[in-house]
Write a protein of this length. Sequence first.
Length: 113
Amino acid sequence: MPYLSLLIRVYSATWGYVTPIGAWGSIAATGSAYPSVLTESRLPEGKVVKNRVHLDVRVGTGLVGEERLAALEAECARLIPLGAARVQLLRADGENESCLVMQDVEGNEFCLD
């Protein structure tokens, strides 16, 4: 997986995690009462179907309207220099609040929600 280090950088920054020295392939949370670890597994085959996991990154919880859009756009702007890409803004529709679809460096989608 040629972009593993970029994936780790994007997701580490997204959640405020740090990558411990020598723990290549994993992301560990710091400063949390509930430490977490995300591990990227290498597979021999490439991606051939939709993502098996879709991540929602909560950045606009409790916000609505323009205030929510501003929070989503600010987080998007922070993640783009780290290798993420903006895909589509889904505006509130009366049932769901706005969210912003993003992609990591390998095309895996995640939402800023």
